[in-house]
Design a protein around this ligand. Sequence first.
Ligand code: HBI
Ligand code: FE
Length: 289
Amino acid sequence: TVSNADFLATVATKSDGAALRGDYTHADEHYVVQQNWAAYTEEEHELWRKLYQRQMSLLPGRACDEFIEALLQMNAANGIPEFEKTSKELYAATGWTIVAVPGLIPELTFFEHLANRRFPVTVWLRKPEEFNYIVEPDVFHDFFGHVPMLFNPVFADYMQLYGKGGLKAMKLGGLDQLARLYWYTVEFGLINTKDGMRIYGAGILSSGGEVEFCLTPGTTSRHIHLDIERCLNTLYKIDSYQETYFVIDSFQELFDGTAPDFKPYYDKLKLGEAFPANSLLPGEVELLP
Ligand code: HBI
Ligand code: FE
């Protein structure tokens, strides 16, 4: 099995929109397109159903309740969903909407969407041979992995704050640091619950292998409590399962930690070396020994 961290790698590297998979010719100035739902083939709907079923068989007891409950309400098991329908329900729940995009979009545009409570969802679906591994985010990763969490009001506010923070980080030269926070929370985040540790990160939730791996005790991967400055300063792996998972106690903690101005962090961290992806610092506790 290959980690689905691989496909997220392109998020960090291909931000100029060049040579990306997907049809960018009909995109507007915000990189928004029509989903063109009628154009999906029956084979694609069938592939979606298989992806959905495989993932769903893994999620009970591993994904957080907020994710599973929202996903079930979205009624997305029967084929590639119509964005418009879920977008209306999402708007009613948290004021977010879904916009269709051709694939990866430039960072500035991505942050502008988030800052305005719009989540960009890629329209195309992976090929059957990419069932376990795909290089770029597709509709399954974006819709199945990301959209359910946007039904949670606190997480939804965090995502908007992240978008606003991205726009600020671009001006302050803090993008490398801030991107690590997205990676370790939105994509690969874990949360402590009364029932045990659970997943809320979309990169894990849309991946076959890492759902099981990330909650397995005794692996070489670290599970440490989220400290924002530590996270901003931690490198990540794009070609393997994560070597560090940052764990939160609540989504409120995530929101509160992100509310302060990050400029002092950027100014300080720019002067030093980032921590390797597999570091355990003095005083840090492994939460899943
Ligand atoms: N575009 N469609 C899409 N999806 C993303 O997740 C995305 C993107 N463009 C840029 C980008 N992410 C990032 O650089 C953010 O991580 C920080
Ligand atoms: Fe993603």
